[in-house]
Write a protein that binds this ligand. Structure first.
Ligand code: ADP
Ligand code: ADP
Length: 234
């Protein structure tokens, strides 16, 4: 079954001269672990925004085609409905954090989505445990390393139990060891059935963890296959 389906999606940001995405059709199978790679400006962040519903709900521009998540057409439902199904970790992790400490960061989303009080404590501990950060529960976010912050962002989304998680270069600011730890966490989520779509520039990580790699170039899909197929090509 498809977790996400993009049908002939094109998007041009208001004021831009060319399309950020140009007739992209992709099906992301439920439970898959997909890496997206490509040069700067290729449309990777735009693709993530389409999957998360930020396009068309947040960014102004011309949208064509359709994006279906969990059977919903993102253009026809509210952004909060999309966010229940698709969690996203933005490139600017500091801008995404809303609370002062880790526990509050996780509580914020749960309260926002209106989860019942009785369910909240269970969800917080599940999220901390699954992201492997139970020891960080009481920590101030400003004292955390980049890798720890990524895991907090992942935990805050996990608490909502999305079916799909989209991450925009979660390892960009991380050293190799922390990068691997983030991918180990993603593998753990994926093992629980969450579809993972991650923008990542490090070929070694994509080769080791992903079952599919999509190469974007100038708003189009240039290559799409297993890591072996894609990387033997270049
Ligand atoms: P990356 O290549 O790592 O995705 P960019 O440098 O392309 O990052 O973009 C950084 C930020 O600037 C993003 O939030 C993106 O939406 C925004 N941005 C990129 N290009 C433009 C543009 N031409 N006009 C306005 N905002 C832009
Ligand atoms: P990537 O993530 O692969 O670097 P992006 O999706 O950020 O690519 O950008 C794709 C194209 O869209 C680029 O030409 C970029 O300049 C443009 N773009 C991105 N964000 C904006 C924005 N907010 N406003 C206008 N143009 C943008």
């Amino acid at each position: 079954a498809a977790a996400v389906e993009l049908q002939h999606v094109s998007f041009t940001y208001d004021g831009a001269r060319r399309r950020a995405l140009d007739d992209v059709s992709l099906t992301f199978g439920a439970g898959s672990f997909v890496g997206v790679i490509g040069p700067s400006g290729a449309g990777k962040t735009t693709l993530a925004s389409v999957v998360s519903g930020a396009i068309p709900h947040h960014f102004a521009g011309e949208f064509r085609g359709a994006a279906l998540v969990g059977g919903m057409d993102t253009c026809e439902v509210a952004l909060t409905d999309v966010s229940r199904v698709v969690g996203s970790v933005l490139q600017d992790i500091d801008a995404q954090m809303v609370a002062a400490d880790v526990e509050d960061e996780i509580l914020y989303g749960l309260e926002n989505f209106g989860f019942e009080r009785s369910a909240i404590e269970k969800r917080v501990s599940y999220a901390l445990r699954t992201a492997g950060i139970e020891d960080l529960r009481r920590r101030e976010i400003s004292t955390l390393s980049g890798g720890q912050k990524q895991k907090v962002a992942i935990a805050a989304i996990l608490a909502i139990s999305p079916r799909v998680m989209v991450l925009d270069e979660p390892t960009a600011a991380l050293d190799p060891a922390s990068s691997r730890m983030v991918f180990e966490t993603l593998r753990e989520l994926n093992a629980r059935g969450i579809t993972v779509i991650v923008i990542e520039q490090k070929v070694a990580l994509l080769s080791e963890y992903c079952d599919r790699v999509i190469v974007l170039s100038q708003g189009s899909v240039a290559l799409d296959g297993s890591p072996r197929e894609v990387f033997s090509h270049s």
